[in-house]
Design a protein around this ligand. Structure first.
Ligand code: 5AD
Ligand code: SF4
Length: 464
């Protein structure tokens, strides 16, 4: 196996001292997951993680390209790193700098041109080749690997050690699907992450079992278009995400399941049924709509109308009445009129979101949206975003207020800011502060919500 080769090679060239890697992760949860997988692969090559870039022999930026600002941040960080690398070289220490993630995929060679300090550029499809790229970089080569690898990177990335999983906590991400074939006209994902690929059932179940064996209680299945996941069941039958959730709900010790992010077009009956029937499936659904006017939805190539989205939510709420809805919105898509923006506001009023993420449209080179005339002026976008965010914030507050007085199951997750306090996670993905002992982390306890703060709720324990 490749893992073995990696170990042998590492021990064939003894290290004078252990190396440290600092990974900075930008963007979505899939990048967070990928960073842990890269960290695990690097551990096999003798790299210990550090939280201090000054202490690192390898600095790896796992980047995001979804909006213009996200990519700009990477280049300014690379500027700072160039100075650090120069200073360290003066002190006799060679620092290797790597760029991974979606900016790496989108910009490739361009990163080497713009940022002379960068040694390795590696795209999301080839993380299993990172150790090899780093060995070459240590010999002075500059590497760009942004292929869409034919081999499956997950088959080739080593599994994490149980102690490492345990140290990361009682909740974990698990990527089940990557890439996207939807081609929304504003979005770079189909270009940076490639076309839709689903991981096979056996791989997913094995990884879930490993996580649970190491103490994980809640798993969030990840995918750019997670509910487009498809696979094959034990009898050779076609499975959709709903079937996979039923299977994972049977993993002993796995208390909670979530998945993100979904496309309205892929919410099939089996998945909706899972929300009604599976106790382990938490009542929270992130279902982006982006806009509320049918003309804009069409121009975005979302392939559904506002009404179809609203009817879909009705059906989901019939199956699971207490489900908390979350959404994504883009304001100022090219050609969006004042009237069309009001349609978005009306849709939000109708849905009542518990949580939402909203953005000004950002032109992404290479996407069809970039070529559209009628770009909306920045001030207009800012004005619309202010109004939309005020409404969404109000809805989040109202949702949180509606929880006060409720008795809920709380998964105790990590120490709170005050001694004697633990932060837990509610079924609706809220952070909740409660008095509990550190030894209880990982338990699910009954609490009553007593109040709300700015970013979290407060609760009192209700005994066994
Ligand atoms: N401009 C602004 N927001 C965008 N998103 C994706 N692409 C763009 C863009 N070009 C938002 C969408 C998506 C979320 C992850 O980011 O709302 O759901
Ligand atoms: Fe981007 Fe649309 Fe695919 Fe989501 S569904 S990743 S917004 S192209």
């Amino acid at each position: 196996m490749t893992d073995q080769t990696t170990i042998n090679e590492a021990s064939a060239t003894p290290l004078s001292n252990s190396r440290k890697v600092y990974i900075k992760t930008y963007g979505c949860q899939m990048n967070v997951y990928d960073s842990t997988r890269m960290s695990d692969a690097l551990a096999r090559d003798g790299y210990e993680p550090t939280s201090d870039p000054e202490d690192a022999d390898l600095v790896l930026l796992n980047t995001c390209h979804i909006r213009e600002k996200a990519a700009d941040k990477v280049y300014s960080e690379l500027g700072r790193l160039r100075d650090m690398k120069k200073r360290k070289a003066g002190e006799g220490r060679d620092v290797v700098i790597g760029v991974a993630g979606c900016v790496a995929q989108a910009e490739g060679e361009e990163i080497l041109r713009r940022s002379p300090a960068v040694d390795v550029v590696i795209g999301p499809q080839t993380y299993h080749r990172l150790p090899e790229a780093l060995r070459k970089a240590r010999q002075g080569e500059r590497i760009v690997d942004t292929d869409y690898a034919i081999e499956d990177k997950f088959e080739h990335l080593p599994a994490a050690e149980p102690t490492k999983i345990r140290a990361r906590g009682v909740t974990a991400f698990l990527t089940v699907q990557e890439g996207c074939d939807k081609f929304c006209t504003f979005c770079v994902v189909p270009y940076t992450r490639g076309s839709e690929v689903s991981r096979p059932v056996h791989q997913i179940v094995a990884e879930a079992e490993q996580l649970v064996a190491a103490g994980v209680r809640e798993i969030t299945l990840l995918g750019q278009n997670v509910n487009a996941w498809h696979g094959t069941g034990p009898k050779g039958e076609a499975w959709s995400l709903g079937d996979l959730l039923y299977r994972l709900a049977d993993v002993p010790g796995l208390a909670r399941l979530r998945y993100t992010t979904s496309h309205p077009r892929d919410m099939d009956d089996r998945l909706i049924a899972a929300h009604g029937e599976l106790r382990a499936l938490m009542p929270y659904l992130h279902l982006p709509v982006q806009a509320g006017a049918d003309r804009v939805l069409k121009a975005m190539n979302r392939r559904h109308t506002a009404d179809e989205y609203l009817r879909l939510i009705e059906r989901i709420r019939e199956a699971r009445p207490d489900i908390a809805m979350a959404g994504d919105f883009i304001v100022g898509f090219p050609g969006e009129t004042d009237q069309e923006f009001e349609d978005t506001m009306r849709l939000v009023e109708e849905v009542r979101y518990a949580q939402a993420y909203s953005f000004k449209y950002s032109t992404r080179p290479g996407t069809p949206g970039a070529d559209l005339k009628d770009q909306v002026p920045e001030e207009k976008k800012a004005e619309r975003l202010d109004r939309l965010q005020a409404l969404l914030l109000k809805q989040t507050r109202e949702f949180n207020e509606s929880c006060v007085g409720k008795k809920i199951d709380l998964l105790l997750e990590k120490p709170g800011r005050m001694p004697g306090q633990i932060i837990g996670r509610s079924p609706w993905l809220q952070s909740v502060n409660v008095d509990a002992k550190a030894s209880q982390i990982g338990e699910i306890i009954k609490v009553r919500i007593t109040g709300i703060g700015t970013n979290s709720l407060f609760a009192e324990p209700l005994g066994a």
